[in-house]
Design a protein around this ligand. Structure first.
Ligand code: NI
Length: 135
């Protein structure tokens, strides 16, 4: 482990301390390590490196041709879509979670297309990492 000291305004560190306490961190070091990892993951996405993510969407399967459009999109990006889970929430609504892997821009583009498809009520991309090189 490499140790370093940082200077932070007192008001800032006291807000940070109460935040990380609420989030369950035992100490500042682990919280700061997670912030660093998050910055590195974001950098990988913008550098178009190999990334992993999940795309979660909620939609009404009665919307005309929506189910087949979504299936078509996933087939067209078959090498990026590792797994899909579909749950019928009620008579109308479905939730679908796609686990995706690929270049940052491709995965972001696929998420934008899926989430932007007419009839998708809500969607989110969770942008994470392959885990390589992130201790
Ligand atoms: Ni369904």
């Amino acid at each position: 482990m490499y140790r370093f000291g940082i200077s932070v305004p007192r008001s800032l560190i006291s807000k940070f301390d109460s935040l990380i306490k609420r989030e369950g961190y035992k100490n500042r070091s682990e919280a700061i390590r997670d912030l660093i990892r998050d910055a590195l993951v974001r950098d990988r996405w913008s550098a178009n490196d190999q990334v992993v993510g999940t795309i979660t969407i909620v939609y009404d399967h009665h919307t005309k041709e929506l189910s087949s459009r979504l299936t078509e999109l996933q087939h067209n990006h078959g090498s990026s879509v590792l797994s899909t889970t579909h749950v019928h929430l009620d008579h109308d609504n479905c939730v679908e979670v796609l686990i995706v892997r690929g270049r940052g821009k491709d995965v972001q583009g696929l998420a934008d297309t899926i989430i932007g498809t007419r009839g998708v009520k809500h969607g989110k991309l969770v942008a994470t990492t392959t885990g390589k090189g992130l201790l």
